[in-house]
Design a protein around this ligand. Structure first.
Ligand code: NAD
Ligand code: DAU
Length: 352
């Protein structure tokens, strides 16, 4: 039995579906169901006897001890977070509340539970904290990719809040012996990603005759990883990772934003051509840049490859085509997650 937090979001739901489908793990999924959490995603496993959903906040110091004591998980995987950089610029408060204070409260609940376990069970217990490469800050064009030893230099409120949470996990290991492991992953893409992030937003806008808003000059670089590969890496870290360590996870797929957007356009031109036979490229529009926009991220994933034998299965080319085909086949999912608050967010973020 494992406790997954934030398992109704993008990466967490992919992880939960994968774990339940493989049939080797019972999963309790605790999620607050913010705008980013969608039970629609989990419909196909909701009645599986190995799966149970509980709505709640990682910071709830009454609910968490109840769940931990009742279900006695052997591991906690913490995906729960506010995750969108642009939203953190408009309103950093919720990011501090969930990512910093929430992680602190979760660690305290888990620590009390961990201390109540027998020595034998404690030896197996893990707290896996899912974090991001954004904690390392930005890279110049020729700088080597981020290793686990790169200094923390977060630049956005989101990145700073995740950096703080990583530090808490580290301190709870060193001070209290809570067996934490932190992973720092690059940009994910794939099924069930909320259409506020670059790739699903571009697919949705293209198909709905809206403009494709590229920030600044579009030459910022991100290192893309297919979400299924991230979930496999987390599984490997959970089973074989060393406590107190951090592992970088990345796909070795550095791309400029404009090249990602053009790739999406060319694939859509083939898979779902516009009625007027023009290219989706015509919908690209350069818009004002994100404040404090990090120029380049790149992950050096040698440690997890060498120590734990993980490497990604998908290239960017195979992963992006799979992703586009998934969005084309699942318009109902997109419609179900787009609420009034989604439309308010888009109007605020992309107003001229
Ligand atoms: P997401 O925004 O899609 O999902 C976050 C989930 O957490 C949602 O289901 C939301 O309802 C839930 N949640 C939010 N606050 C909560 C709280 N207080 N208590 C319980 N649940 C809460 O995020 P994602 O893209 O799936 O990211 C998951 C994790 O992975 C995050 O910690 C993020 O920082 C990290 N990460 C994301 C990426 C990426 O590219 N998306 C890359 C590296 C790391
Ligand atoms: O690097 C890992 C991080 O990747 C995760 O920790 C975050 O949770 C996740 O949201 C993601 O952060 P980014 O800010 O890199 O992702 P986003 O999809 O928001 O943007 C990717 C790039 O595309 C970034 O350089 C900004 C740009 N962009 C984004 C949007 C939404 C645009 O040019 N136009 C847009 O409309």
């Amino acid at each position: 039995m494992i406790l997954v937090t934030g398992g109704a979001g993008f990466i967490g739901s992919n992880y939960v579906i994968q774990a339940i489908t493989r049939g080797n793990q019972k999963v309790i999924n605790l999620d607050k169901l913010t705008y980013a959490g969608n039970l629609e995603t989990l419909k196909k496993i909701e009645s599986n006897p190995y799966y149970r959903f509980i709505q709640g906040d990682i910071g709830d110091r009454i609910l968490l001890p109840e769940i931990l004591n009742k279900f006695q998980p052997i591991a906690v995987i913490n995906f729960a977070a506010e995750s969108h950089v642009d939203r953190s610029i408009h309103g950093p408060g919720e990011f501090i509340e969930t990512n910093v204070v929430g992680t602190f409260n979760l660690l305290e609940s888990v620590r009390a539970y961990y201390e109540s376990l027998s020595e034998e069970v404690r030896a197996q217990f893990r707290f896996l904290h899912v974090s991001t490469d954004e904690v390392y800050g930005t890279l110049s064009p020729d700088a080597p990719a981020f290793t686990e030893n790169h200094p923390y230099e977060p630049n956005s409120p989101y990145a700073a809040s995740k950096a703080a949470s990583d530090h808490l996990v580290r301190a709870w290991f060193h001070t209290y012996g809570l067996p934490g492991i932190t992973t720092n992953c690059s940009n994910n893409y794939g099924p069930y990603q909320f259409p506020e992030k670059l790739i699903p937003l571009m697919i949705y806008n293209a198909l709905n005759k809206k403009s494709l808003p590229v920030y600044g000059d579009g030459l910022q670089v991100r290192d893309w990883l297919y979400v299924g590969d991230h979930c496999d890496a987390l599984e490997v870290v959970l089973r074989n990772g060393r406590i107190g360590e951090t592992y970088n996870i990345g796909g070795n797929n550095e791309k400029t934003n404009i090249s990602v957007v053009k790739t999406i356009c060319y694939l859509l031109d083939q898979l779902s051509p516009r009625k007027d036979h023009k290219s989706y490229i015509d919908q690209i529009e350069y818009v004002r840049d994100r404040l404090g926009h990090d120029r380049r991220y790149a992950i050096d994933a040698n440690k997890i490859r060498k120590d734990l034998g993980w490497s990604p299965q998908e290239t960017f080319e195979t992963g992006i085509e799979k992703t586009i085909r998934w969005y084309l086949s699942n318009p109902d999912w997109v419609h179900s997650v787009i609420s009034g608050s989604y439309r308010e967010w888009i109007a605020k973020q992309y107003k001229h």
